[in-house]
Design a protein around this ligand. Structure first.
Ligand code: ADP
Length: 477
């Protein structure tokens, strides 16, 4: 049943729900109406019985032989009608029938009723014959000082017919109303869901080649419109990611091709006129240099790819920031000294965070490497750690040529270099260092902020939380 239900279209299911709900409401309403009417009619019969009782009691007398007599008077002097319709019995206190007046033949039903049982007021419903229901009221009365029990009757047939008609009309009406509700529901659902069909058709047409297409959105304020908006936003993000991926692939191929072309050119020249051993040695050295660039590039690409592929895989440990900064200073001291630069570390010794040490080290290595590359000789590069309420700030500051504000975001994109010529000649990389650093920091739940301007030096600040529980959750691309 469940799978049958799930295989139906939404519009059919909505229509059936609609019909079922309407039928339920109707049944509840009809039941309520039935109850109210039945209660009113029954109360009316009982009220009539009380009137009958008073009338009959007033019209009874005893003749000279002590027999009970009914001095009939219609309520409007219409004796004939009263004779026809009055229906009562008078019993003595010791359960002896004193007088009976029934407007139906008594033959079959004479002994249908037992003598009265109580001497208090009592109402009851009995079926005298098949289909003939009577409402009975029995109550003690007095006739000329004599105590009797008077029973008055009223025919309930009319009332029962009215109630039966209500049931019949309801039974006829329910299927009709249910069917109408189902048809109405189906039409409404079809109309409401039509935009969904249009969206599905359009979505089917969207491929990686046509990511710029968007879903139709007739009314952005309703639920379907909001769905289309969210879907279109997703498409926009997807299109952006796709374009970025294509750009990345093109850039990566280009960067890979340059050293390979250089390798081939140098090799071909050496092969053609390479008789001089000194010249050959020089060629091999230059080829090795290009090969090294290629290795660096491939390593960096692999690092990036690995970071994207294993998003949730970070190992957190207790990292002493001062110790880490000193370790990095020791690593770069020789490189800095070659340019006459000094590396200074300032940090509170007790700063420690829960984070992935390898990733944090990777980010810092790239920042310090850049600072050395982009700073003049004999300048100072500072590594500092500062305690904040929510974590730690680690900054790498240099007094190099700086970065104009319009490049502050772009420098974190893969392969972006502000000045390609200077980067290469200055021994810079291919533009992956900051992209790697940004991803590494974001994987640790932190962020990198750059504060710099042309010819003013640069400060790269890593803001890390005390614990990188959120690692990976803030990572973007
Ligand atoms: P690269 O491999 O070229 O160093 P990065 O991604 O590390 O690539 O840096 C991107 C670009 O940002 C660099 O080419 C350079 O133009 C600029 N840049 C990075 N760090 C600094 C810095 N400390 N001072 C000035 N410019 C910088």
């Amino acid at each position: 049943m469940k799978s049958w239900w799930l295989r139906r279209s939404v519009r059919l299911r909505l229509a059936l729900w609609y019909a079922a709900a309407t039928a339920l409401v109707l049944i509840a309403f009809a039941w309520f109406v039935y109850e109210v009417i039945e209660h009113r009619l029954a109360a009316e019969v009982d009220r009539q019985l009380r009137i009958d009782f008073d009338l009959v009691e007033a019209q009874l007398s005893v003749d000279t032989q002590g027999r009970m007599q009914w001095n009939v008077r219609g309520s409007h002097g219409d004796e004939g009608f009263a004779r026809m319709s009055a229906w009562f019995e008078v019993w003595s206190e010791n359960k002896e029938l004193l007088l009976r007046h029934w407007p139906v033949p008594e033959a079959n039903s004479k002994d249908a009723l037992p003598p009265p049982q109580t001497s208090t007021l009592r109402f009851a419903t009995i079926e005298l014959e098949r289909g003939l229901f009577l409402r009975v009221m029995e109550r003690p009365g007095r006739v000329l000082g004599r105590s009797v029990i008077i029973r008055v009757f009223r025919d309930e047939t009319e009332m029962r017919r009215t109630l039966r008609e209500i049931i019949e009309v309801s039974l006829l009406g329910f299927p009709l109303a249910g069917a109408l509700a189902a048809i109405g529901g189906y039409v409404v659902a079809t109309r409401s869901l039509a935009p969904l069909d249009a969206m599905a058709q359009q979505a089917r047409r969207i491929t990686s080649e046509s990511l710029s297409k968007r879903l139709p959105n007739l009314n952005p304020n309703d639920e379907l419109g909001r769905l289309a908006t969210v879907f279109n936003e997703t498409l926009t993000r997807l299109e952006g990611s796709f374009a970025e991926l294509q750009r990345f692939t093109a850039d990566a191929s280009h960067e890979l091709r340059s050293p390979l072309t250089a390798l081939r050119a140098v090799g071909e020249v050496a092969l053609r006129d390479g008789n001089d051993p000194a010249m050959l040695r020089e060629t091999i050295a230059s080829m090795l240099e290009e090969a090294e660039r290629l290795t660096d590039l491939v390593d960096a690409l692999l690092t990036l790819a690995r970071m994207d592929a294993t998003k949730a895989d970070t190992t957190r440990e207790h990292v002493n920031i001062a110790a880490l900064l000193e370790e990095i200073r020791d690593q770069f001291e020789v490189l800095a000294a070659e340019k006459g630069q000094t590396l200074a570390v300032t940090s509170d010794h007790n700063i420690a965070v829960q984070t992935d040490r390898t990733l944090l080290r990777l980010a810092l290595v790239n920042l310090v490497h850049n600072a050395i590359q982009h700073s003049p000789s004999n300048s100072k590069i500072s590594l500092a750690a500062l305690r904040r309420a929510s974590g730690v700030d680690i900054s790498v500051s240099d007094s190099g040529h700086g970065i104009a504000p319009e490049y502050h975001e772009k420098i974190f994109e893969p392969f972006f270099r502000v000045d390609k010529a200077r980067s290469r000649s200055g021994g810079g990389g291919v533009g992956l260092g900051l992209a790697i650093a940004k991803r590494a920091v974001e994987r640790n739940g932190g962020q990198i902020i750059v504060d710099s301007d042309s010819n003013r030096g640069s400060v790269f600040r890593i803001e890390l939380p005390w614990s990188s529980d959120l690692a990976g959750s803030r990572a973007t691309t």
